[in-house]
Design a protein. Structure first.
Length: 214
């Protein structure tokens, strides 16, 4: 099964994917996590991606498309995609690659959240640089202040979570990523809109229910 989770920055895509892979036997593929790991490893790709990520811009398509299509292939076409595709060319190239393999996207889930909620969520997000766990200082705080529940590392704020970068990321989302929603509404995959303003558990239940029906 191939599922795409789309939504603005801070909509809760990563949070939901981590819960969904516990229920469905799928691999979680996050383009943002891949770039963050490349940046941490100081690779060439990481250095190139960082220049764009730090400004709230998208990483150029040519650095994203092959990387993510290979990841989908390595997952045996059984994955939930978080953060990819994010532009029309990325969506079209993914469609083509899947067509060649006689496979297709099963469902596209839009997590609908307004800009105000996004800014509120991201401003209080903290992440673990070592294991990738995600927290929110109010709604999902760690048990011990500033320390990751899962691995005990010190949690931090992402560099691209500064307010001015978040506003830029939101603008980029509306301009570059929203058009892929109409692309998928016109395609044969099931398009599912979920109210992303609910509590995380309610969102997971809604998505799981709709995926079982898809
Ligand atoms: P990426 O890491 O994909 O960032 P994003 O899409 O902006 O999404 P986020 O990770 O910020 O948020 P999320 O939706 O996962 O929310 P989360 O679950 O953490 O990409 C980073 C950058 O990489 C991009 O800006 C771009 O430059 C580049 N990039 C990546 N993919 C690319 C591509 N395909 N093409 C080009 N460039 C690409 O939740 C947010 C917060 O809210 C957390 O604190 C969480 O605890 C809390 N929260 C979650 N759900 C709820 C809820 N229901 N109620 C209350 N709080 C909640």
């Amino acid at each position: 099964m191939i599922v795409i989770l789309v939504g603005p920055p801070g909509a809760g895509k990563g949070t939901q994917c981590k819960k969904l892979v516990e229920q469905f036997d799928m691999k979680h593929l996050s383009s943002g996590d891949i770039f963050r790991s490349e940046i941490a490893g100081k690779t060439d790709l990481g250095q190139k991606a960082k220049q764009h990520i730090d400004k709230g811009e998208l990483v150029p398509d040519e650095l994203v498309i092959d990387m993510m299509i290979s990841a989908v292939k390595n997952a045996d076409y059984n994955c939930i995609l978080d953060g990819f595709p994010r532009t029309l060319p990325q969506a079209e190239q993914l469609d083509k690659a899947l067509e060649k393999e006689n496979t297709k996207i099963d469902a596209v889930i839009e997590l609908a959240v307004n800009d105000e909620t996004v800014v509120q969520r991201i401003s209080k997000r903290r992440v673990c640089p070592d294991c990738g766990a995600v927290y929110h200082l109010e709604t999902m705080p760690p048990m011990q202040d500033g320390i990751c529940d899962k691995c005990g590392s010190k949690i931090i704020q992402r560099d691209d979570d500064k307010r001015e970068v978040v506003l830029e990321r939101l603008e980029t989302y509306h301009k570059m990523t929203e058009p892929i929603i109409s692309h998928y509404k016109d395609a044969s995959a099931a398009y599912i809109e979920i109210d992303g303003s609910q509590r995380p558990e309610a969102i997971t239940n809604d998505i799981a229910q709709r995926l079982k029906e898809a």
